[in-house]
Design a protein. Structure first.
Length: 729
């Protein structure tokens, strides 16, 4: 998490505590409806009053627009000093303890029975251009591009490793957007290729008042298969009082699903959070919703969940998205297990959205306690010991549909012998009918070196590949991979261990931060080749001069080689030179993806065109207000969203709204409507003693339409169609 420009000395006096208690105590009302539809601070009343079944909060995106093409935008790139450390926040019940004694019962410590080939292609990813720790390395492969995000930058290459754009701050994607998504560049990023729609999504959180709320999630979805082209951009308010830490995403046919760990402004654990974003609307650039569950009152020990991410054929129609967390019996659950939940999103009636427990899957005993969860744990030939991050599952939880059964694969770091010797515990769960069950598991640690920070995936033939970091007192931190074929002995990864790149240096920064995640993905062109990205160091690197590497490899049963698209090329935009990198951008192939061996064709969602304006007049079709505390709670701000309609009640884009604030705030304000006919204005800072403010629309202008104030209306009745009063939160 990036706390640049927001670090504060938290000297909390009794008077301030009293103010904050007043603010918190006066802001949240208990609602009895089965779900809560909100855009205001009262949303936090979701808190599960019964401690039993969680209830959904439903929120619309606070703002969204169309932007690009990216290739024509100047990359923002900013270094944040020497070095900014992003704190790792511990999950509940993960501190201290002696751990288990003895050897891991499913420890694979024998040699290989096969050999994985060397990489097809390997090239440098983004390095520490921003001056932050850790990198949070992740990326994904599409038919023509590889996109990588790290803290706090991203870049785009063709499939041969030719740089097309970047590196650039991730908030480059929100230039001109306004609000926290544009002004903040806070990290914990994720990029995913949505192969069902042939699109890309990139997300990071925004924490404008850290450690206080509000807390946002910024999501960008490409409008075409080309990530250097146009994007739809969204900002979602996640919570007013709980930080959305460590957000992890999965693509599913009915939504983009997210799991995140929640913390209060004091840094205390505040429960597992889960959410789903309305994918179909976001693929078309329409106003989209988020359905969010706060699970603290359901079970305060829940934490570290991952949502399932689809690769390959779509799941059966109506299949829920599955969430899993790992539970060590020292954390309050017994026995050691994988706990599975399912998320059902009903966009026709969000009251029916549910997040329910499915099954606990017992697994072989494991010891997650590496160095009593201290950060400085994994040894290097020099420098300080590195963070094992053994308190949670490692990204991603991959789902694959084989027709006669479905499979889920995931991994985490364990102590294999009780002596703080790191290995990778991995699992494959299967479901053909009825409940999910454990099909196989193993712990990969074939020698005395430490292996951790893994990412695992399965291709369309059932091959599995695991990528990871490896280090020891004598081996510099390096990037390697291993795997298995479908007929290999269960519980083993025996296809040798191959290097993506061997490190030649070490990290000397005292924090020991490493990771916090890496990314293994499957090529959508052949549904067989694996792509992996992870961090490493070279000789002579400064204290936190991490680099990243990207590479692909193919099992022999896939035919070998790096697949090249052969479909009809689609011209891309003309490249604009970018600063920093020395590689000359070289356009790569721009083909349409070829279905893999088991792929099922899924139609790409078609954007609904905005209706042509009716008549020659326009009017206000809706006014909605919301409010939020800002800073330390001494001031608040009001936001008003205006919807403009034509005479036939169709949304009007590119209409400029002019208005003014009165009462608690003063001054003029303007905004221009997007394709949904909506835009928003936000008041200046309002003192906490002032109870309300009013915004009045004075005029609306458009290139072809005339404003008709007599036709103004408001379907939900919270305004008179021209003026709306917003109350203090």
């Amino acid at each position: 998490m990036n706390v640049l420009k927001k670090r504060r000395l938290l000297v909390v006096t009794l008077a301030l505590i009293g103010v904050l208690m007043f603010v918190a105590g006066g802001s949240y009302a208990v609602l009895a409806a089965p779900s809560v539809h909100v855009n205001a601070p009262q949303a936090e009343s979701l808190a599960l009053q019964t401690g039993a079944t969680p209830r959904p909060i439903v929120r619309y995106s606070e703002s969204h627009d169309s932007w690009g093409p990216l290739i024509s935008q100047h990359p923002i790139l900013e270094r944040y000093g020497d070095y900014l450390e992003m704190p790792r926040k511990m999950l509940p019940n993960r501190e201290g303890g002696a751990g288990s004694a003895g050897a891991d019962p499913v420890w694979q410590n024998s040699g290989a029975i096969g050999n994985l080939p060397s990489p097809n292609v390997t090239f440098e990813g983004v390095n520490n251009v921003n001056g932050v720790l850790p990198p949070d390395t992740n990326g994904d492969i599409g038919p023509n591009h590889y996109v990588q995000t790290v803290n706090l930058s991203f870049a785009i290459w063709d499939r041969q490793g030719n740089l097309l754009y970047g590196p650039a701050n991730i908030n480059t994607l929100w230039q001109g957007f306004g609000g926290a998504c544009e002004t903040q560049n806070d990290g914990d990023p994720v990029v995913l290729y949505d192969h069902l729609a042939d699109r890309w999504m990139i997300s990071q959180f925004a924490l404008p008042n850290y450690p206080f709320g509000p807390f946002y999630q910024c999501i960008a979805v490409s409008q075409t298969p080309d990530p250097t082209g146009e994007w739809w951009r969204y900002s979602f308010l996640v919570s007013y009082k709980k930080m959305n830490d460590y957000p992890k995403f999965g693509v599913w046919p009915d939504g983009y699903y997210m799991a995140f760990n929640q913390f209060s402004w004091t840094g205390d654990w505040a429960g597992q959070g889960v959410a789903v974003f309305e994918r179909d609307k976001m693929l078309s650039g329409d106003t989209a919703r988020m359905v969010y569950f706060d699970l603290y009152d359901t079970d305060s020990n829940l934490g570290g969940m991952l949502p399932s991410h689809l690769e390959g054929p779509a799941p059966p129609a109506g299949e829920p998205n599955y969430f899993i967390q790992v539970d060590d019996d020292d954390w309050g659950y017994s026995p050691d297990q994988l706990q599975m939940w399912q998320f059902h999103a009903d966009w026709n009636n969000t009251d029916n959205a549910s997040f329910t427990h499915t099954i606990n899957i017992p697994v072989a005993a494991f010891d997650s306690n590496m160095c009593e969860y201290a950060r400085n744990c994994i040894p290097q030939p020099g420098g300080t010991n590195l963070d094992a991050i053994s308190d949670r599952l490692m990204y991603r939880l991959q789902y694959r549909n084989f027709g006669d059964h479905a499979a889920l694969v995931v991994n985490h770091t364990v102590d294999v012998d009780g002596n703080d010797h790191a290995g990778v515990r991995w699992y494959e769960m299967r479901k053909s009918s009825g409940d999910w069950s454990l099909y196989q598991e193993g712990t990969y640690a074939p020698d005395s070196d430490h292996r951790w920070m893994g990412s695992i995936a399965m291709n369309g033939l059932g091959d599995m590949a695991l990528g990871f970091s490896v280090s020891s007192h004598s081996a510099y931190p390096s990037i390697r991979y291993t795997g298995r074929l479908p007929d290999d002995p269960l519980g083993t990864l025996p296809q040798g261990e191959t290097s993506l790149i061997e490190g030649s240096g070490y990290q000397s920064h005292s924090s020991g931060r490493w990771g916090d995640y890496s990314s293994m993905s499957v090529d959508p062109v052949d549904d067989c080749t694996f792509w992996y990205t992870q961090e490493y160091y070279t000789a002579g690197a400064d204290s936190a001069g991490w680099q990243t590497r990207i590479g692909s490899f193919t099992f022999p049963n896939c035919g070998g080689g790096n697949p090249t698209p052969t479909a009809t090329p689609t011209p891309g935009p003309t490249a604009t030179p970018t600063p920093e990198p020395t590689t000359t951008p070289t356009p790569g192939p721009t083909a349409t993806p070829t279905p893999g061996p088991t792929a099922t064709s899924t139609p790409e969602p078609t954007a609904t065109p905005t209706p042509e304006p009716g008549g020659d007049t326009m009017h206000i079709g809706d006014l909605d207000g919301s409010s939020a505390w800002i800073g330390w709670g001494f001031k608040w701000e009001a936001t008003v969203t205006i919807t403009v309609h034509d005479a036939n009640h169709n949304p009007v884009s590119n209409a400029t709204v002019y208005g003014s604030w009165s009462g608690g705030a003063t001054g003029d304000a303007t905004c221009t409507t997007d394709s949904s006919g909506m835009c928003a204005v936000t008041s200046p800072k309002i003192k906490s003693r002032i109870g309300s403010t009013t915004f009045t629309v004075d005029n609306v202008t458009h290139a072809t339409l005339t404003y008709d104030p007599a036709a103004n209306h408001d379907p939900d009745g919270d305004s008179d169609g021209a003026s709306i009063t917003v109350n203090r939160p």
